[in-house]
Design a protein around this ligand. Sequence first.
Ligand SMILES: [Zn+2]
Length: 362
Amino acid sequence: MDKAVEILREIVRIPSFVGNGQDESAMADAVREMLRDLGGRWKVTEQAVEGRRRNVFVSNSPDPKLLFLAHMDTVPPSAAWSRDPFAAEIEGGRLYGLGAVDMKAGLAAIVDALTERKDTAVPTAALFYVGEEYDFCGMRRFIAESRLAPETVIVPEPTDLKVYQGCRAVIGGVMTVIGRTGHSAMSRGTVNAITAGFRALSALERRLAEERDDRLGTSSLNVAGSAGGVRQDGRIAIVENMVPDFARFNFSVRASTPSAADLSLITKVVGRELEGCGAKLESCDCLGTGVMKSTGRFAGFPEFERGDESAFGYTDSEMLVSAFGGNPVVCGPGPMGMAHCPDEYVDLDEFGRMTDELRKML
Ligand SMILES: [Zn+2]
């Protein structure tokens, strides 16, 4: 069996979801062990994140120009699996397992390339980190305690081998609107909190549509949920002949420009629209730090197609690129659609093509 496939099988067999007494620490042990024989100028260091949970960093230079990123954690196994999520079964050109595609295949391809090309002259580093599927604790800790200036940052998350060089920022918000209630037949002086809230969100949507980028597309709003009615004895009642004085909206924004990712734009547009009706924006948070966009064209992966960043999710590599710079390249074996799905698998043909490309870079 191919050496890279063997590495992948070994790490798929190690549970690395977080919860139920599990975490990524056995994965960190295994990765460390696999990197032990690199020798030469390579140095492996560990960074404690939380209890036994830790990041593993390996580098052959104090100033690496090529940086690989891979998260070691997976989502928890769901009851919908029909296979053993930790058996790493191979069948019909697929390797099945929890995290096989997201992103143990990418991680295995990095380990394979480092061990195959340990004498490379390219100043290289790789960060294997915890908590990507949960609260980004590993990435946050790494950024807080490290200083790097990479030129290229390779992130082999599943993309069906398409090359993505950026991602939009994600902002989550909760808006609470307090209106003024009254009889719906005598509505003068009342403020309908539900319709006021929708008007504010419509204004926000129109404003966001003006925030566009040639690669990342148009900024967009998703109103994810809403609830409202009349406040009565500490609960919210729905009364047909009364004007609702309370509404809450949960929304998210995908921001494709730095100004759209700036929370003050949201508060300003929403605030202006709600002025005079006692409404307030309860909370508004950026998931990461902002928009990620490459500053140059990546010359590697000549055989792979370019992906459409305007229809691409958020990756926490954005936080690292925003902090340290570098050209981001998100590209890895798929199928992309199998991430977080029961009976997750990676396509072994795409995995093989990825390992070939990573070996060529070193
Ligand atoms: Zn992932």
